[in-house]
Design a protein around this ligand. Structure first.
Ligand code: BGC
Length: 431
C-alpha cells in the first residue's frame, strides 16, 4: 500500500485524536524528572553487533529506573519494521519510540503523531553539537521531532586480508582492480564477494558503485533528485555494467541471504570481501576481530573521497501518561550524551552524531570514518544514502529497489534496458 494511502487511513481513524496531539506538540509541558515510566521501542537491531548496541541504551534507561519494552522487528534495512510500525499506528496504538529515518520523519510529523523534543534539545544544546545537515533531517517546521543516534557510512568494503594473501591479490581501489583481484580469488577457490540477495542490500551495493563510477554530481542527480533524464544515460549503463560484473563474483547461495550472514562469510574466510555499510563492523567487533589484523575496512573502489551517510534516529510519539513521557524524554537525552555515543557506536560500527567528541577511544575504522566524514563535508562529497532512506521518498526508493533487484537477478536484461527501466520506474513513482 502506498504511504499516502496509509496516512489517509490513519487520519480517518485517528483524526480527532491527532488534532489534539498536534495542539500539544506546541505546548510541550515538561514532566517531572522524578517520574519513572515505560518506553516501548520499535527497532530492527537484531544481529549480534546490533543487539549489543541497543542493549547499551536499554541499560542506561533502566539504570534511571525506567522500563524498556522491546519491540524488535527483524529484517535488515528496516522495511519489515516500517510495515509493523504503520499497522500499529493505523490501529491507533503506536509504540512510544520508533527507529525511523530521513524524509519519513517529516511525514510522521506532518500527520501530527510526534512529540516536540525541543525542551530536551535546548537543555542539551543539540544545535551546537549536531551538524546542521543532520539536524535538519530531525526537525519539522524548525522543531526537533526525532533524536539522531549515529552516523553510518555506506560505501565500505570489508576485507579478509588472509584470503587476499592466499590468492595473491591486492586490495582494489578501482573496479578494474577489483576485477583482477576477483579473478585471482576465484581461481584460488574462494568466493570473491559475500553477497546478500535482498533488495535493500543490492541497492546498497548499487548506490556505492554509482557514486564511484558516476561521481558525486551524478549521484545527486540520480539518487537524490531522482532525475529520470540523468538516470537514462550512458553513465547509468556503465554503473549497471559494473554492478553486473561484481554480481558475477558471488556464490549461488546469495539469494535471500541476510547481510550479517554475508559478513560471517568474510569473518570465516570463505569470502574475500563484502560491500556493506559499517553496521557490518559491529559483526567483526562482536566476533572479537581486530581491524587491520583480522579484517580491513577500506573505502569501496573509487569512493575514497565520498561519504554516503545514513543516520539512525528515533521518532517519539505523543503519549498521555506523564511518567511515560518522562521515560521518553530520558531516552532522548541519554542518546545524545557522550557516554552513550561512545559505547553504542563502538558496538554498532557507526560514528557519533556529535561532532565535539574526541576520536581517541574509537577503533581504526571509526577514526577513518570520522576523518572521511569531515573531509567529504568540506569537499562537497557528503551525500545521503538512497538505499537507507535518507534521500528520496518511500515510493521512489521502492521503485529503485524493485528495479535494481530485478536487474541483478535477470541476466537477460541488458544494462541499457536496465537504465531505461529505472528511469521509467522513477517517473511512475514520482507521479
Ligand atoms: C540501519 C542500520 C542497520 C542496518 C541493517 C540500516 O538501514 O541504518 O542501523 O544496522 O540497516 O539492518
Amino acid at each position: 500500500m502506498r504511504r499516502s494511502v496509509v496516512f489517509l487511513l490513519v487520519l480517518l481513524i485517528l483524526g480527532p485524536a491527532l488534532l489534539f496531539a498536534g495542539g500539544r506538540q506546541e505546548a510541550a509541558e515538561e514532566p517531572s524528572g522524578d517520574l519513572k515510566g515505560e518506553v516501548e521501542v520499535l527497532h530492527w537491531w537484531t544481529s549480534g553487533g546490533e543487539a549489543a548496541a541497543v542493549e547499551v541504551l536499554k541499560e542506561l534507561l533502566e539504570a534511571e529506573g525506567h522500563t524498556w519494552v522491546d519491540f524488535a522487528v527483524a529484517g535488515g534495512g528496516g522495511d519489515a519494521a516500517m510495515t509493523a510500525l504503520r499497522s500499529r499506528a493505523v490501529a491507533g496504538n503506536p509504540p512510544t519510540a520508533a527507529q525511523v529515518k530521513g524524509p519519513q520523519i517529516q511525514d510522521w510529523a506532518a500527520e501530527g503523531f510526534l512529540t516536540n523534543l525541543d525542551p530536551v534539545a535546548e537543555a542539551q544544546g543539540w544545535d551546537n553539537v549536531i551538524p546542521e545537515v543532520l539536524a535538519d533531517v530531525m526537525k519539522y517546521e524548525g522543531h526537533y521531532v526525532a533524536v539522531p543516534v549515529n552516523v553510518h557510512r555506506i560505501n565500505w568494503m570489508w576485507v579478509n586480508p588472509d584470503v587476499f594473501e592466499a590468492a595473491g591479490a591486492e586490495i582494489p581501489t578501482t573496479w578494474e582492480e577489483f576485477e583482477e583481484a576477483a579473478e585471482k580469488i576465484e581461481a584460488a577457490g574462494y568466493i570473491p564477494v559475500a553477497w546478500g540477495g535482498q533488495d535493500w542490500q543490492e541497492a546498497t551495493v548499487f548506490e556505492t558503485i554509482l557514486a564511484g563510477v558516476g561521481g558525486t554530481d551524478f549521484y545527486v542527480e540520480t539518487m537524490v533528485d531522482a532525475d529520470p533524464e540523468a538516470i537514462d544515460s550512458p553513465k547509468m549503463i556503465e554503473v549497471l555494467e559494473t554492478l553486473r560484473m561484481v554480481h558475477g563474483y558471488t556464490d549461488p547461495g546469495a539469494p535471500g541471504r541476510d547481510w550479517n550472514m554475508a559478513t560471517s562469510m568474510v569473518i570465516e574466510g570463505d569470502a574475500a570481501m563484502q560491500f556493506m555499510g559499517d553496521w557490518a563492523k559491529g559483526e567483526f567487533v562482536a566476533a572479537d576481530q581486530k581491524a587491520d589484523e583480522d579484517y580491513i575496512a577500506a573505502s569501496a573502489p573509487q569512493t575514497a573521497h565520498q561519504f554516503l551517510f545514513n543516520v539512525d534516529s528515533f521518532i517519539m510519539f505523543e503519549v498521555d501518561d506523564p511518567a511515560d513521557k518522562a521515560a521518553q524524554r530520558a531516552m532522548a537525552r541519554l542518546i545524545i550524551e557522550p557516554e552513550f555515543q561512545e559505547v553504542f557506536n563502538t558496538y554498532k560500527g557507526s560514528i557519533p552524531v556529535r561532532m565535539d567528541m574526541d576520536d581517541e577511544p574509537f577503533d581504526i575504522p571509526a577514526k577513518k570514518s570520522m576523518r572521511d566524514f569531515a573531509a567529504s563535508a568540506d569537499s562537497g562529497d557528503l551525500v545521503p544514502s538512497m538505499a537507507h532512506e535518507m534521500a528520496v521518498d518511500r515510493a521512489v526508493r521502492g521503485a529503485i529497489l524493485d528495479t535494481i533487484t530485478t536487474f541483478v537477478n535477470s541476466p537477460n536484461i541488458s544494462p541499457r534496458e536496465g537504465a531505461k527501466m529505472l528511469a521509467d520506474a522513477v517517473r511512475g513513482a514520482a507521479r
